[in-house]
Structure formats: C-alpha cells, structure tokens
Design a protein around this ligand. Structure first.
Ligand code: FES
Length: 103
C-alpha cells in the first residue's frame, strides 16, 4: 500500500536547495527548484556518491563528486557518466507541509 507521508515543512526547504530526509528507514532527497518540490533517491548512479549537498539548479541536481546531473522531475541523467536514472517519488504540498508517496 502506498501513502503520502508528511516529511518536512515547506518553509524549511529553501529555493534551489535540498534536504535529506529519512522515510520508513530510507533516505530521500527533497529538492526545491523553480518553485517546485521534488523527491529523488539521494545516491548518484555513477559511483554511489551521496547527492546531499549537490548543487540544485534549473530542475537538476549535480553530483558533488564528478558532476553528473540528474533531472529532478524524471530522474534521468544528463551526459555520459551514467545512463541509470534516479528513482523519483510523487510529492504533495498541502497546508505548507511536504509529503511524499512511498511504497
Ligand atoms: S559518483 Fe556521482 S558523478 Fe561520479
């Protein structure tokens, strides 16, 4: 069964930034870019580096280690370093609270 689980107040997620949260024991990276909130797996699919702290810009997150970029909406990578997308999660914002849908 899938449910939306409240994870963070929207006010705590700054524009063009990210925050790592733990939901049901799994790390998920919340990102805000262009006024939208996204949720993706926090581990780069190139060489398993954490994406927490990676630059958020124009709907993408950049890996701090080698710079692979991933589309926050689709998880798809940009460039040649990896062809494996990040897992993405559905996001809902209600009453100033970010909730994500997890299995
Ligand atoms: S580990 Fe992320 S780009 Fe290499």
């Amino acid at each position: 069964m899938s449910d939306f689980i409240p994870v963070l107040e929207l006010d705590l997620l700054m524009a063009e930034s990210s925050q790592l949260v733990t939901v049901k024991g799994c790390g998920i990276l919340l990102c805000q870019s262009g006024g939208e909130v996204f949720a993706v797996d926090p581990i780069c699919t190139h060489q398993r580096e954490s994406l927490a702290g990676g630059r958020i810009r124009r709907g993408h997150v950049s890996c701090p280690l080698h710079g692979a970029r991933f589309n926050l909406r689709t998880g798809e990578p940009v460039g040649q370093l990896t062809r494996v997308p990040l897992k993405t999660y559905e996001v809902q914002v209600e009453s100033g609270v970010i909730a994500i849908k997890v299995e």
